[in-house]
Design a protein around this ligand. Structure first.
Ligand SMILES: Nc1nc2c(ncn2[C@@H]2O[C@H](COP(=O)(O)OP(=O)(O)O)[C@@H](O)[C@H]2O)c(=O)[nH]1
Ligand SMILES: Nc1ncnc2c1ncn2[C@@H]1O[C@H](COP(=O)(O)OP(=O)(O)O)[C@@H](O)[C@H]1O
Length: 305
């Protein structure tokens, strides 16, 4: 059921009351109680997320940092939860949400995670919220997750691009992992043992759309940018001049053809198109469209739809 709040800004005006969606049914089963849920209506489609996997030490973090630094308006990092201890320079909420195992297990049980896996004896997972906040900011989400997690995301409705980063050799992987100096010898050994299986799966499972070798860092980064379509348009040129309509819903009409028409405070009219909505993540319903119908007088307004 679509509920439109009057006198609210656009971002906070469109809501769905869910009665029998998959999320509600799953929760009903998990909680053994009647459930309804509120979900925020979001205008437009989200950008296709990018899943990056590869063995520990191959250079995933380095490549992702470069991408985020060069294209800050385009990409947002999905901040995972983990039960592992923070490294010296890692910040809670930036690199990971460092969590207690019991709290994370409860959240997993409550359906708050898109995927999770036990990696090198610690629990890691991507919360639905971690991906949604990036999409809400209008950015393309990057997930740095292991192969088990990638397999789960592949099976989920999140239509992502999957990239596996491979090392030029096992010896070089070992060098990098040791040179990084963030793990104890025991942890390095564990990561190297797991790397063998991870590389095998990465190359043969069919999960990944692209396999990139990270030998020379700059060359690998160039190839990564190319397959993400970033070699053509520099970030600065993509800034749009358009502004979002400020819809403080003063009134609402319904046309003869059944379309919902909303009118903003400047008397601009929009048709609200719900034909392409897709639920999915708890708390968000995406794919709503607003089509401008008539302009209330201010000819200079442009709208992002
Ligand atoms: N499944 C899953 N794996 C994750 C997640 N976050 C990180 N990982 C993976 O966990 C592994 C260990 O990560 P980390 O402890 O940061 O070590 P690093 O890869 O050596 O930097 C890496 O393969 C990450 O890709 C997550 O949310 N889900
Ligand atoms: N192409 C490369 N050549 C040499 N060293 C690299 C290369 N890519 C990354 N590194 C280094 O290897 C180490 C591991 O990289 P990191 O990004 O932390 O890997 P991951 O996130 O996959 O565990 C870091 O010290 C990083 O500076």
């Amino acid at each position: 059921m679509l509920v439109i709040r009057r006198d609210a800004a656009l971002e906070d005006s469109l809501w769905f009351l869910e009665f029998n969606t998959k999320f509600v049914r799953d929760q009903r089963q998990a909680l053994d109680a009647e459930v309804v849920a509120w979900s925020k209506g979001v205008i437009g489609e989200d950008l296709k997320p990018v899943v990056i996997s590869g063995p520990s030490g191959v250079g995933k973090g380095t490549l992702i940092s470069k991408l985020m630094e060069d294209f800050p308006t385009k990409f947002g990092f999905s901040v995972s939860h983990t039960t592992r201890a923070p490294r010296q320079k890692e910040q809670n909420g930036v690199h990971y949400h460092f969590s207690e195992r019991s709290a994370m297990e409860k959240d997993i049980k409550d359906g708050k995670f898109l995927e999770f896996a036990l990696v090198h004896d610690n629990l890691y997972g991507t919360s639905v919220e971690a991906v949604e906040v990036v999409a809400d900011a209008g950015k393309r989400c990057i997930l740095d997750i292991d192969v088990q997690g990638a397999r789960q995301v592949r099976a989920s409705p999140l239509g992502a691009t999957f990239i596996f980063i491979r090392p030029p050799s096992f010896a070089e992987l070992e060098n990098r992992l040791r040179a990084r100096g963030t793990e104890t010898e025991e942890q390095v050994q564990k990561r190297l043992r797991n790397a063998k299986a991870e590389i095998e799966q990465g190359l043969s499972s069919g999960i990944f759309d692209h396999i990139l070798e990270n030998d020379d860092l700059e060359e690998c980064y160039r190839n990564l940018k190319k397959l993400l379509g970033l070699d053509v348009i520099p970030d600065v040129c993509r800034t749009s001049q358009a502004t979002k309509p400020h819809l403080s819903m003063n009134h609402l009409e319904e046309n003869e053809d059944g379309r919902v028409v909303v009118v903003d405070h400047k008397n601009n009219k929009f048709a609200l198109d719900v034909s392409c909505i897709r639920g999915g993540a708890p708390g968000r319903t995406r794919g709503l469209k607003l089509h401008p119908l008539s302009n209330g007088g201010d000819q200079t307004d442009q709208f992002i739809i």
